[in-house]
Design a binder for this molecule. Structure first.
Ligand SMILES: [Zn+2]
Length: 146
């Protein structure tokens, strides 16, 4: 492949300096040496120096951005944010479990107290015969209070 078509020359001129020489060679299906010679003859510089790229995420010049326009730092920040969110959810769930546990314990304590007092009332009524549900046999039901 000696001769260069105008289309190939145009492509070389367009790609020169925007991508590494090896990539231009790959695109044109020629050796890097051939591309260098041709570029030199055309007076085109192949010097490729990747400049910093702008990251919209952090409004900073970075070495690279991904397809979403985010730099490595921004991608890492997103991961941190995701972890923090999951942590908050986990903690909230753990808090709920603690609240439930405290409630269960207090409920059990109050239930025991209620049962104790219920028994005391029963015993007191048995001793005094003042169970309102069981009026003393033969007697009259006591008048309603109030
Ligand atoms: Zn960024």
């Amino acid at each position: 492949m000696e001769g260069w078509t105008t289309a190939e020359e145009d492509a070389l001129a367009a790609l020169a300096g925007t991508v590494p020489p090896a990539e231009i060679a790959g695109v044109l299906g020629r050796s890097v040496g051939a591309v260098r010679v041709k570029a030199s003859r055309m007076g085109v510089s192949l010097r490729y120096r990747q400049g910093p790229v702008w990251c919209d995420g952090c409004a900073t010049w970075r070495t690279e951005v991904d397809a979403d326009g985010l730099c490595p730092v921004c991608r890492m920040r997103e991961r941190v944010a995701a972890h923090r969110e999951r942590y908050a959810e986990a903690v909230a769930k753990a808090d709920m479990e603690a609240v439930k546990e405290r409630e269960r314990e207090e409920l059990a304590r109050e239930t025991r107290a209620a049962n104790r007092w219920k028994k005391r009332v029963q015993r007191a009524r048995e001793q005094t015969g003042s169970n309102p549900r069981k009026p003393p046999t033969g007697g009259k039901r006591p008048p309603a209070a109030g």
